[in-house]
Design a protein around this ligand. Structure first.
Ligand SMILES: Nc1nc2c(c(=O)[nH]1)N[C@H]1C(S)=C(S)[C@@H](COP(=O)(O)O)O[C@H]1N2
Ligand SMILES: [Mo]
Length: 543
């Protein structure tokens, strides 16, 4: 190894090893504190501050992988910065620490701006900065003196650490091993090799710590997760749905969506894993008697059950961002009565543990419908993905204005004073669900036999009720489908009918009429700002 080639190569390596040590130390710290690790915090901040169109574009292009792509991109940028500043740090060590400090400050800003209520949010970033600084200092000690540096009295801060003869520094153990390997020739070991071995060691240690941190939350469990939470029976328990509620048609969405199949929509890059024993909900703002409630108190209250279909405002016509569950929870209206809501507080601003916000009209929650602070979903505690340990559910409103997962705060306020997350990004302030119908079977572009073909699907108009569903084949006459039974007006309803077809390609359309007499219009409306409209249309081939 020639001395002249040496300084270029270890630079990026030292930088990468420093970054690995920093992120590797932060990951288990975050897991132990139950807060987001730095990369997730930064990714969240990027999403928060990106223009709405960019986020929509990313979701359209990358789909469910959008979060992985963002995190991967941040890691790449970090690696590039680390590599470049590693080279810089060879020549000017203070510059290396300065870059580290600047990156840490950006991370702290991201953590604290997002989670002003949790001082612990920034701790993993501080630990990362410390670990990075230590790694950098250690790796610099493995470097040889810069060419031409005076040997005995190294001048200035830059040279002193790297002066020859510091073999007993923190990197000595690895270095010793390396020097024994055959092939190093005679004379002292090449100093660059020492740096390479030490850097590789630090890089690997960082990766190992990071991996441990990723896996830690699942083993920690802390006894406060969904598997450990024992839910009481509901005081107002519902009977099993009447026969005929689920038609059991193959390919048709089941009446109750199993929890593992339930669509998931949220802005969280890492699913928040709250501990139910630590959870508290604060009810405050424009109320007479603000209070806090914990899980033990909540589970002592008389809980009720309700069958409610949840739908997302981003669901396109024919899309699958809808699911139905039997929820167990406590009426939100009771909690609000306990707090004594001021007459002019027209908005309930709910905040999740990860800082997302949701504005629900107070009047809707108080009008007698089954608006719940839910703890159970289809007979089990809420899965982490669906808001463990508690979320809100309000029949008749899209999820973005009603269904806060990981909820920790309900603030009574006014729509004119505060805007929730999506309202602030161009979506409608109020989001009543629009009447909608969908064909599940036959699937779009599938093949069936000729002759009689079963056509089935679901329709919804939560808190209004579906009165009729009609289907037409090849733009012919509208013909009524048969509706399944439903427990009430807050769920979707299955429907089924039959068409008779010749071999060839055919088109199907569906439209629903709700209990107000409104029939879905063929005019197509996009999801932004308050939900899609139009008839679900698909084609299939009979043969
Ligand atoms: N904390 C939190 N809650 C949230 C969201 C979110 O981004 N963060 N998204 C909402 C939206 S847009 C919808 S449609 C529903 C989806 O709930 P699910 O993932 O349980 O189906 O959650 C709502 N609650
Ligand atoms: Mo949504």
């Amino acid at each position: 190894m020639s001395v002249s080639a040496q300084p270029r190569f270890p630079g990026p390596l030292i930088g990468l090893a420093t970054a690995s040590a920093a992120l590797g130390a932060a990951q288990p710290t975050a897991a132990l504190l139950g807060v987001s690790p730095p990369v997730t915090v930064v990714a969240d901040a990027v999403v928060d501050h990106s223009p709405f169109g960019l986020v929509a574009w990313a979701i359209a292009v990358f789909g469910a992988a959008d979060k992985a792509v963002l995190v991967g991109g941040i890691l790449l940028v970090l690696a590039a910065v680390a590599g470049a500043s590693g080279s810089l740090a060879l020549r000017r060590p203070n510059a290396g620490y300065a870059v580290l400090g600047a990156v840490a400050l950006a991370g702290l800003a991201a953590a604290w701006l997002r989670r002003t209520d949790d001082p612990g949010a920034g701790v993993p970033v501080l630990v990362a900065a410390l670990a990075g600084a230590l790694a950098l200092a250690l790796l610099r000690r493995t470097l040889p003196a810069p060419p031409g540096a005076a040997v005995p009295a190294a001048s200035g801060a830059d040279g002193s650490r790297a002066a020859p003869g510091t073999d007993s520094g923190p990197g000595a153990a690895e270095t010793g091993g390396a020097s024994e390997t055959p092939g190093t020739g005679n004379g002292p070991p090449a100093p660059a090799r020492r740096t390479v071995v030490a850097s590789a060691g630090v890089l690997a240690a960082g990766a190992l710590a990071g991996g441990t941190g990723l896996w830690l939350p699942s083993v920690l469990g802390r006894g406060g997760g969904p598997e450990a939470l024992r839910l009481p029976a509901a005081a107002g328990a519902l009977p099993a749905p009447a026969p005929g509620t689920d038609l059991g048609v193959p390919g048709l969405s089941p009446f109750f969506t199993p929890n593992r199949d339930f669509y998931r929509i949220d802005t969280a890059l890492a699913v928040p894993r709250l501990d139910s024993s630590q959870w508290r909900l604060r009810v405050h703002g424009m109320v007479d008697r603000p209070f806090e409630i914990d899980m033990a108190e909540l589970l002592d209250l008389p809980l009720v059950e309700a069958d409610i279909t949840l739908t997302c405002v981003s669901n396109p016509v024919g899309g699958d961002l809808a699911g139905n569950a039997r929820w167990l929870g406590y009426p939100l209206a009771e909690l609000l009565r306990r707090a004594g809501v001021h007459a002019d507080a027209d908005q309930i601003l709910a905040t999740s543990r990860d800082g997302w916000t949701c504005g629900t009209p107070t009047e809707v929650v108080m009008d007698g419908r089954d608006a719940l602070l839910a703890v159970g979903m289809n007979g089990a505690p809420l899965p982490y993905e669906h808001g463990f340990p508690a979320r809100t559910v309000v029949p008749g409103l899209y999820g973005y204005v009603s269904a806060t997962k990981w909820v920790t705060d309900l603030k009574l306020t006014r729509f004119s004073d505060e805007q929730a997350y999506w309202a602030d990004r161009g979506w409608a302030e109020r989001g009543p669900v629009k009447t909608m119908s969908r064909i599940d079977v036959p699937g779009d572009f599938t093949r069936t036999g000729a002759g009689e073909v079963t056509v089935a699907g679901v329709a919804w108009a939560q808190h209004t009720g579906v009165d009729a569903v009609e289907v037409r084949l090849d733009r012919g006459e509208w013909r009524p489908a048969e509706l399944a039974r439903v427990p009430g007006v807050d769920t979707w309803v299955q429907w089924v009918t039959e068409v008779v077809v010749d071999p060839g390609m055919h088109a199907l359309e569906v439209r629903a009429t709700d209990a107000t007499g409104f029939t879905q219009s063929p005019v197509e409306v996009e999801t932004v700002p308050d939900g899609a409209e139009g008839w679900h249309y698909l084609r299939f081939t009979a043969e």
